[in-house]
Write a protein that binds this ligand. Structure first.
Ligand code: NG6
Ligand code: CA
Length: 511
């Protein structure tokens, strides 16, 4: 296996990685349990503790009060696959071809030989698990998986001791959970076939059979395979008893997360808990339905909050809360209509999913990548903090390796910096810049005061359905982030600042 093979290459390969250590980090390594709670498409303004109106998120509010709430934290990309790729590898996704929004039958995008954040925890003595949304491919080759047999490469090759995941997203086939590289609850009477090229004969499609879409109709796309009365992206056959019911996804992944915590209560563990909420199709469990004025999207946020609450409750009960570091964030910004007729647009009212920020999921504008972020570790992190320090998820890798005193093989996490002091609230020095990737690969450089968006030929609005401004312009854009967000392009007024930020981008990108 990768980690052992690498270890076999000899000690010279291993260098301690304290190169970017911030002040106050000379402290001895510690090994708290670490739980990443990674929401999907949850916007900067979607939580009550981030001034979300019209939604109650008591558990997340409580988590925020117990630690630090960040106001200027950034995902690396405004969609899921590149954001997750970067966060788990510490390498910007735009350096690596094939890291855009992945199909459900994509081959595993992070290759086994790559040293991931899970490898880092595992090799430091942690039990590791990934539970929930994956969206980074499985197996060796696009479209060639046999879903009826163990997959040749899966999360066990990336440092996760245990995994219970959705291959991609809830709106993409295959609609089954994969547990440790095999379809969970596999039903031999219903062999699974998946294609993103052509439909299977005799399988009804959403576009031809609206009467079969009894749970949720599509608004754009999502008109291929029908599973659980909901149209999906991609074609699928079989699955039988293994097929998920969307209304049970949160229960199912939360239960598996709780089981993992219980099993590992006596040793340090790293849990990557990636929720399906609040991605489409939003189809929360009945007990969350009809309670929120924003309809299904609001109910899905409340369901997310419930999952967070269950995890905190169990950690409390087991006496683990004090020495567990929980970090809660989102993979990218928000979208209302992302392809299903769930009335998210009409029912939003004055709720602003991106808060005061411009744009949304997919955009180069700030709401694409500025996301909620909360860190709680009662033993070590002072409670009740709110921080506007500029931080990026790309730094989780080396910050946490700094925390636990891990040594990393050379070349690991090349874009990640140890900024543990920022994340633990002991150092308010801003990251000098963060890089953000939009859906069409337009890159932006954000400093505390400025944001530069490089020129792009893309359209001003997302063209396929969601009503979202992209932030793309054919000429350079420069926004003063001390003002109301990204209203006035000041590139002509401040050519020297444009040049400075372009130089940063050139330096980081290499051209
Ligand atoms: C888009 C899907 C959208 C969502 C997104 C990925 C259509 C029309 N839209 O292509 O619904 O699945 O991909 O979202 O198919 S992400 O959060 O996983 O990146
Ligand atoms: Ca997402």
């Amino acid at each position: 296996m990768k980690s052992n093979a690498l270890l076999g290459l000899g000690a010279s390969l291993f260098v301690p990685c304290f190169s970017y250590a911030q002040k106050g980090q000379e402290a001895k390594p510690q090994t708290p349990n670490v739980v990443f709670i990674y929401a999907d498409d949850l916007g900067y303004g979607d939580l009550q503790c981030y001034d979300g109106t019209r939604v109650e998120t008591p558990n997340v509010n409580k988590l925020a009060k117990s630690g630090i709430r960040f106001l200027n934290a950034h995902a690396t990309a405004s969609t899921s696959t590149p954001s997750r790729y970067s966060m788990l590898t510490g390498e910007y996704a735009w350096r690596r071809p094939g890291t855009d929004i992945a199909a459900g039958n994509a081959g595993m995008i992070i290759r086994p030989e790559r040293y991931t954040i899970a490898d880092m925890f595992k090799n430091s003595g942690y039990a590791t698990a990934a539970i929930g949304k994956w969206h980074l491919g499985l197996g060796d080759k696009d479209g060639e998986q046999d879903w009826n047999a163990p997959l040749p490469t899966a999360l066990g090759d990336l440092g996760f001791d245990y995994s219970y995941i959705m291959a991609a997203t809830a709106d993409r086939v295959p609609c089954v959970f994969i547990e440790n590289g095999k379809v969970a609850n596999y039903d031999p009477s219903a062999p699974i076939e998946v294609s993103y090229k052509k439909p299977f004969e005799g399988e009804p499609l959403g576009k031809d059979h609206p009467e079969l879409l009894y749970n949720l109709k599509h608004s754009h796309g999502h008109d291929m395979a029908i599973v659980n009365g909901i149209g999906r992206i991609g074609y699928m056959k079989g699955g039988g008893k293994a097929l998920w019911k969307d209304e049970n996804i949160a229960d199912s992944i939360t239960t598996h997360a709780l089981d993992f915590i219980r099993k590992n209560k006596d040793n340090p563990f790293f849990l990557y808990f990636a929720t399906n909420d609040v991605h489409v199709p939003r189809f929360p469990h009945e007990r969350f339905r009809g309670k929120n004025p924003m309809g299904l999207r609001g109910d899905a946020i409340v369901q997310f909050d419930w999952s967070v609450g269950r995890i905190m409750e169990l950690l409390d009960k087991l006496g683990l809360r004090e020495n567990t570091l929980i970090i809660l964030s989102s993979d990218n910004g928000p979208v209302l209509d992302d392809g299903y007729d769930d009335h998210a647009v009409e029912l939003a009212g004055d709720h602003k999913p991106g808060g005061p920020l411009r744009g949304g999921k997919y955009s180069a504008f700030e709401a694409g990548t500025r996301v909620p972020a909360i860190v709680s570790w009662p033993k070590q992190v002072k409670k009740g903090q709110v921080s506007d320090v500029l931080v990026s998820q790309i730094d989780w890798f080396r910050s946490f390796s700094g925390l636990i005193g891990a040594t990393l093989p050379q070349g690991t996490a090349p874009d990640s910096q140890n900024r543990l002091g920022n994340w633990l609230g002991t150092d308010a020095t801003d990251r000098p810049w963060v890089i953000e990737q939009a859906n069409d690969h337009t890159l932006s450089v954000r400093t505390k005061d400025w944001k530069y968006i490089e020129p792009s030929n893309g359209p001003a609005m997302i063209p396929w359905g969601p009503k979202i401004e992209t932030g793309y312009q054919k000429t350079p854009s420069l926004y003063d982030m001390r003002k109301v967000n990204e209203q006035e392009n000041e590139a002509d007024k401040h050519p020297e600042i444009v040049a400075r930020l372009q130089a940063i981008l050139k330096d980081v990108r290499g051209f």
